[in-house]
Structures are given as structure tokens and as C-alpha cells.
Design a protein around this ligand. Structure first.
Ligand code: GDP
Ligand code: IMO
Ligand code: MG
Length: 434
């Protein structure tokens, strides 16, 4: 029988994933790597993300547009898994254009992405207020309520903007239900349907040229040999399935979410780069076993400028947690680590690493997935020698101080994954690449 040959998919897609509670420095890494990739895709979350990029003496925070936008050879895609606040998107397009970068012809938005409507943002804050002490501490960007509507099959999608009748009908149905809630439960004023329809027609006129079937586009580009970087938002420990539920976001930042949130077939994914901050931070509520409540925690926050890039809230700080990281690297299938903010530890004589937890008098090594248990564990630390020197000018591993290299090697051995990038400052060039 005649034998046929079929081409195997090239593994040209790389996932960048946050391994902790978000804010690991994903934006910096994606910007740095985007020079080597044809396309960058955001696959989940929305404007709750704040990804900072520092270049040419500027510091820019992106919330929705992928962090490849400042590399002009790079196409940027907002995938189907993202929830898009039109107001935030338009403001961001304007911001990027004002910086002198073209967005038209370089930014594409999935038909299937869901929209964040003004009532989602209001519901986000009303839900939080109603929770009192138990509140999640969301970013207030309407993320949870928008994903709720998506999974309840009531959501309004980008594609609906293209059909005025469908949009009008869907908005009417949604607002009828939401207005009833605002009126009778929350005693708030109602949203005006006609006004919202008008506003969204205006929005449609602007974003029309960006809308496309990005799922097919991406798979075809990959088949043609193009390279794709998938930019996660948030982090594994905030994942709705795998994080510290219920103190999580409403999407899947983990690498599995990269395929569902972009439509890219899993067999195109070759590498998964886990972004690991050299210590830990968390914004909002929820268990954080290695959190520091003392001057050391304050010092980490001060040196690391740990304030939320989206809300400006102070981030809680603590030592790096290997129990959480082993869990995160396993679930994400991390093939290499990008270690960030190593410079923040430069002035510490000693650096602690949480290697295990104590729970009810026993040592445990696995990350408990229920929040009640996690909030009772106590960290077990190993103390390493600090390096007390700056590595800001190092570009190769060999140029780094021996004790800093020892810290990196210790993490590699404990996590059994190679560290291929070390970020030694916020700037694009302040990167050690192995
Ligand atoms: P993301 O959400 O993961 O993209 O991270 P954020 O942008 O929210 O937070 C990371 C912060 O640390 C930003 O202010 C970055 O400019 C900054 N940053 C990134 N890498 C480094 C680094 O290696 N050293 C220092 N000092 N700052 C960094
Ligand atoms: P990037 O992409 C850090 C946190 C919020 C809150 C919880 C739920 O910049 O790493 P949400 O508004 O999503 O419903 O809030 O998740 N959170 C983040 N924390 N970095 C982020 O994004 C975050 N996005 C959401 O603080 O605890
Ligand atoms: Mg951030």
C-alpha cells in the first residue's frame, strides 16, 4: 500500500504563566521575549491584570493589550478566553498610540471573547460589599460577574457587536434581569437600555477592524510555522480550579487555560515558562503561608515597590514558597523558570526559603488545596546566605555574584526545573539569559 506522509504540528507555541499569586513580572518577560516571536496572545482574565513594561526610560502598564505591542514586528491577539471591558480597551489603544506605536493591523480581538458591561463592574463591588470580612478583595473590574454570565450562557460577546439587532436584544434581556436585581435587592438606580445600546454601537464602530476569528487565525499561523507566545494573566494560585478557592480570580491562568482561552490546539505547545518572583507577594485576601508581618516584609515591599499595577493597593509580601511552587510547576508542566526581581534581595544578609509546611504538628510537603487547611499551615524555612551585592549589570549567569548563583542553583535543585532567565531589574535589558 502506498504510504502517506502527514506533517506533525511544530511545537511553536510557548506559554508564559505566573506561578504564584500574580505580579511575578510576566509583562517584562513577555516584552523581552516578544522580539523573538511573531504573535503574542492574552488568553484569560481582563483588565484586572496589570503588566508593567519598562523601556526607553518609560514604565507602561498594560491591562488588556498583550505585552508584545512595543515590538513592532509582533502581532497581538486578545483571545476568546479574555473578558473585555470596552472602555478600558479603548483607553489602552489610545495610550499605546500616543506612545507612537501602531495598533491597527497589529491587534486582533476574538469574536468569541465576552464583554464586561457597566453592570458587571457595579455587581463586582456590590458583591464585595455584601461579603464584609469575607470579601475576596477583587480588583473591582467586573471580572467575576462577566465570567458568571459567560458560564450561565447569558454573556454578550464581541461578535454580538457586529449585529445591531442581536446586540440590542441581548442587552435588553440582560438588563431586564440585572435592573430587577439592582432595584429590588440592592436599591440602586437602573441602567438605561437605550443609552447602553447607543454606547455600544459607538464602541463597535471603533473596534470593528480589530475583530476576527483569532482561533482559526492562530492555528493557521502555527501550521505555517509562525511562533506564538501565550501571555497568562494572574497566577496559578489564583486559578479558579487550582488556586486558593474561593480567594481566586474567575478564570484559568494555568497553562491548560492557554489552549481553551486561545483556541490553539495543545499539540502546538512546546515550552511552558513559569515566572517565579524571588520572593512572594499577594494582593487581596486569602491564605499566604509565608507572609511576613514584620519589618522584613515591609522591606521587601519597599525595595520591590510592591503596589498593585492596576489598583495601586499595597501588596502583601513574604519569602519564596517552594511547597506552593512545586505544586504550581507540576500543574503547569513548567519546562523552564524565569526568576524575577532577584535584585530586591540584594541587600539581605540572609534569605529564607520555605521548604515545607507544618500542619497539626506534622511536616507536609504537598500544597493543601482547601483554603481552611492552607490558612492553618506554618512555614518551615531554610536560611541561605545573602549575596550583598548588585547583579544589575550581569547579562550572563557567570557575571552574577557566586552567592546569588547559589540561590538560583538551590531553587533549581529543589524545584527540578532549570532557571533560564534571571531578571535583575525592571528594565528590558536588565535580564540574564542562560
Ligand atoms: P505582572 O503582572 O506579572 O506583569 O507584574 P507587574 O507588572 O504587576 O509587577 C511587577 C513589577 O516589578 C513591575 O513594577 C515591574 O516593572 C517590576 N519588575 C519586573 N521585573 C523586575 C526585576 O527583575 N527587578 C525589579 N526591581 N523590578 C522588576
Ligand atoms: P496580573 O496579571 C495580582 C487578584 C485580586 C483578588 C483576586 C480576584 O497583573 O498578575 P478579580 O478582580 O480577578 O476578581 O480579583 O485576584 N488579582 C490579581 N492579583 N495580579 C493580578 O493580575 C491579579 N488579578 C486579579 O487582587 O485577590
Ligand atoms: Mg500585575
Amino acid at each position: 500500500m502506498e504510504s502517506k506522509t502527514f506533517t506533525k504540528p511544530a511545537r511553536n507555541a510557548t506559554v508564559i504563566v505566573g506561578t504564584q499569586f500574580g505580579d511575578e513580572g510576566k509583562g517584562k518577560l513577555v516584552d523581552y521575549l516578544s522580539e523573538k516571536y511573531d504573535i503574542v496572545v492574552r488568553y484569560q482574565g481582563g483588565a484586572n491584570a496589570g503588566h508593567t513594561i519598562c523601556f526607553d526610560n518609560k514604565s507602561v502598564v498594560l491591562h488588556l493589550i498583550p505585552s508584545g505591542i512595543f515590538n513592532e514586528g509582533c502581532v497581538c491577539v486578545i483571545g476568546n478566553g479574555v473578558v473585555i471591558d470596552p472602555v478600558a480597551l479603548l483607553a489602552e489603544i489610545k495610550k499605546v498610540e500616543e506612545l507612537g506605536y501602531d495598533v491597527k493591523g497589529r491587534l486582533f480581538i476574538s469574536h468569541n471573547a465576552h464583554l464586561i458591561m457597566p453592570y458587571h463592574k457595579r455587581l463586582d463591588s456590590l458583591h464585595e460589599d455584601a461579603q464584609g470580612d469575607q470579601k475576596i478583595g477583587t480588583t473591582g473590574r467586573g471580572i467575576g460577574p462577566s465570567y458568571e454570565d459567560k458560564f450561565a450562557r447569558k454573556g454578550i460577546r464581541v461578535v454580538d457587536l457586529l449585529n445591531p439587532h442581536v446586540l440590542q436584544e441581548k442587552l435588553r434581556e440582560n438588563l431586564a434581569a440585572k435592573n430587577k436585581l439592582f432595584r429590588s435587592i440592592y436599591e440602586k438606580e437602573e441602567f438605561d437600555v437605550e443609552e447602553m445600546v447607543r454606547e455600544h454601537f459607538e464602541f463597535d464602530k471603533i473596534i470593528d477592524p480589530y475583530i476576527t476569528n483569532t482561533q482559526l487565525y492562530l492555528n493557521r499561523q502555527l501550521k505555517a510555522g509562525k511562533t506564538v507566545l501565550l501571555e497568562g494573566a494572574q497566577g496559578c494560585l489564583l486559578d479558579v480550579d487550582h488556586g486558593t478557592y474561593p480567594y481566586v480570580t474567575s478564570s484559568n491562568p494555568t497553562s491548560g487555560g492557554a489552549c481553551t482561552g486561545s483556541g490553539i490546539a495543545p499539540n502546538y505547545v512546546g515550552k511552558v515558562i513559569g515566572v517565579v518572583k524571588a520572593y512572594m507577594t499577594r494582593v487581596g485576601n486569602g491564605a499566604f503561608p509565608s507572609e511576613l508581618f514584620d519589618e522584613t516584609g515591609e522591606r521587601l515591599g519597599r525595595i520591590g515597590h510592591e503596589f498593585g499595577a492596576t489598583t495601586g493597593r499595597k501588596r502583601r509580601c513574604g519569602w519564596i514558597d517552594l511547597v506552593a511552587l512545586r505544586y504550581s510547576l507540576t500543574l503547569n508542566g513548567v519546562t523552564e523558570i524565569a526568576l524575577t526581581k532577584l535584585d530586591v534581595l540584594d541587600t539581605f544578609e540572609e534569605v529564607n526559603v520555605c521548604t515545607a509546611y507544618m500542619l497539626d504538628g506534622r511536616e507536609i510537603n504537598d500544597f493543601p488545596t482547601d483554603h481552611e487547611t492552607l490558612s492553618r499551615v506554618k512555614p518551615v524555612y531554610k536560611t541561605l546566605k545573602g549575596w550583598l551585592s548588585s547583579n544589575a549589570h550581569a547579562r550572563t549567569f557567570e557575571e552574577m555574584h557566586q552567592d546569588a548563583r547559589n540561590y538560583v542553583s538551590f531553587l533549581e535543585d529543589a524545584l527540578e526545573v532549570p532557571v533560564t532567565f534571571v531578571s535583575v531589574g525592571p528594565g528590558r535589558e536588565e535580564t540574564v539569559f542562560r
